[in-house]
Every structure is written in C-alpha cells, then in structure tokens.
Design a protein around this ligand. Sequence first.
Ligand code: SF4
Ligand code: SF4
Ligand code: SF4
Length: 378
Amino acid sequence: MPMNRKEIITCTINGNPVGVPPGTTILDAASTIGVFIPTMCFQAGLEPTAACRICLVKDEAANTFVPACAARAEAGMRVTTENDDIRRVRKFTLELLFSDHVGDCEAPCRLACRAGIDIPLVIRRMVESDLEQAVHALIESAGSADDPCSTCESECEKACRRGRHDAPLSIRHLMRYVWEFGVESGWADSVTPRASSERGKRFRCSMGGLKKGELEEFLKDASPAGRIEPAREPAEGYSNLEARSEASRCLQCDCRKAQTCRLRRHADGYGVRQRAYPPEERSRFRRIRHHGIVYEPEKCIKCGLCVAITEGKREALGLTYIGRGFDVEIGVPFDGTLSAAMATTAAECVGACPTGALAFGQPFETPCSWEAAGQRRL
Ligand code: SF4
Ligand code: SF4
Ligand code: SF4
C-alpha cells in the first residue's frame, strides 16, 4: 500500500535523510538504513525501559543525548549515532556498571593454561554427559588436534580454585581422557580447531581475591569428594566413572555466558577498564541455583528484561524487583524458587539476560553419551 506522505516524518541519521511513520523509535529508524546502535536492555516486543543507557545517541538539533531504544524519531531531528563524545559516554556508562559487577569472565585454570583450553567448558560438557561436545570444546579452544597436555607442567592445576579447599582438580588427567576419547572414537576428526585470531585476548572481568564465604558459594555445586587418582597404571588414565567423578568436583569458576555476554562484548568494543570506578568495598559474590537455573545477582545490570518476560507471560510467581535504591535487586517473591518463578519462561529469560546473571547450569538427568560412544575403559 503506498504510504501517505502526511504520515511520514523526516529526520536525519548520521547525515542521511530517513522517513518513518510517527512513533517510530530512533533505534528502529536507524535500522531501516542499516545503522547499528548497541543495546543491552532492549528486546523487540517488550516495552523499552532505557535502563542501561548504552544506546544513547545525540540529537544535534536539540544538543541532547537521548536513548535510541525509547526516544521517538521526530521531524527535524539530526541524530548522530557514533562519535568520540558518544563513545566516551557509553564507555563511562559501562565502567559504572562494572563498579559493582562481580564475577570472573574466565576461570583461573584457563588463564593459567598455556594451550588456552577452555577447561571449565570441557568439564561442564563432561558433567553434562556430553563427551562429544567435550571433545569439540577441547580441540576448538586449544586450536589444535594434537595432545594439548603433552608438554606442559600442569600450571592449570596450580591455579585451580578447588585447591584452596582440599586439592586441585586433576585437570591434566581429565583433558587427556577427553582427548584420547576423541581420537579413539573418531570424533576428533570432525572438529575444526579455532584459529588463533579467534582465540585472541578479550576483556576480562575478574573478582580478584576471594572474600570470606565466597569459596563456599562455589562449593555449593560441586561434589564434596576428594581428588580422585586413576586406580590403574597412571599411563592408562581414568576409567569413565573416575573421570566423571573427578569432573563433578569442578567449581565452575568461569562465567557461563563468557562467549555471549553483551556487557563483555561492549566492554571489549569501548575499551572499558573494569576498575575505573572501584567501590569502597566490593559486593560479595553469590550463586543461587535451582533445578538447572543459575542466578548470580552480582552480574545483574537490572535491565528488567527477565521481570518483563515473566510478567508478560503471566507466570504465577514470576520475578520482581526487591529492595530500594542502590540495594535493589531481582528476586523471587515470597521466598519462592527460581524454577517456580520461571516455570514456563526459563529459556526465554536466560536467553534475554544480556549478562551471565541468569544462565543454565547442569541440566536435569540427560542420557549419557559416554557409554553410547563405547565401553573403552570400563
Ligand atoms: S557477566 Fe559478562 S562481564 Fe560479567 S563475568 Fe560474565 S562474561 Fe564477564
Ligand atoms: S575448580 Fe574447575 S573451573 Fe575452577 S579453577 Fe579448578 S578446574 Fe578451573
Ligand atoms: S537477571 Fe539478567 S535479565 Fe534479569 S534484570 Fe538482571 S541482567 Fe536483566
């Protein structure tokens, strides 16, 4: 249907004229001409809250900054979406978010690993009984299909956080177990190691030294068993059962959204310094989990997406804001559980959460691929 010219308002975005129907947001107007504006708290279909302010753009005609997700395009607006001033404002906004953000993007073991193996991810796949994906994670992150542990001196184990409690994980045995399984099963042949350019240095948020009680938060999820050594000749390595038991001792110290976190991606893009505005005292890290859903409140940026989703889908319990001012946080009303709050919307909430605040942990019992792949060592 031809558009009625009276229904169109015209503004400019980065110097380009744009005609859109009244009521169109600047974000949508920009997308019609292929201009990307970064967002975190915006999700199509939900009312914009302009909570995170990362989408601020400048209306040169009014000499003001406005949030592109919520502000409507108006006739005569001259919008600039990216320049040094805007980058500075976005960087400042992000650095403020990091002032009370607590978590490790990468686990200590991975930072210490010379081969760059994503150790917690490999172990997570083992605990999830998905050994094929463990093989993929190992070879992809190591960037090579060769035995990644053949020459190193287990620096990862010296750095392992579990060592502060009883004994570090036997990471070397675990990685070799997965690698050998990959070779013998043929799974390794189908994996493309990631190029070194894709494994380059990224922004890394770090908790620094643990505070009193934080180790216990990590220990909540892990097997209490002590370190398990291979019962047979060390050269033979772990049996299936030993490997699985040892893997379940892992504290999962990394962030489950490290590869997809939008906060981290923007921090990379805007050259953010994590401790540009350090708090007088950093908050204590917490990890709350229930039936496979993991909530780490100190990674929440209060974008409100999860609250809006549970409200919109009429969850019986849902999520809500609890507390006031700086102390406000997302929580479950009436001391309910996470899984009850997101009974039908867990996947949507986890998918929408722009950070690692909401994630999936180990799933409910899944069929085990280890035995399916063969009884190699049992
Ligand atoms: S939420 Fe994002 S920035 Fe924070 S620890 Fe996780 S990956 Fe890093
Ligand atoms: S407990 Fe697991 S994730 Fe944490 S440092 Fe040790 S092996 Fe890595
Ligand atoms: S938990 Fe995630 S989706 Fe919910 S408010 Fe916090 S950052 Fe946003």
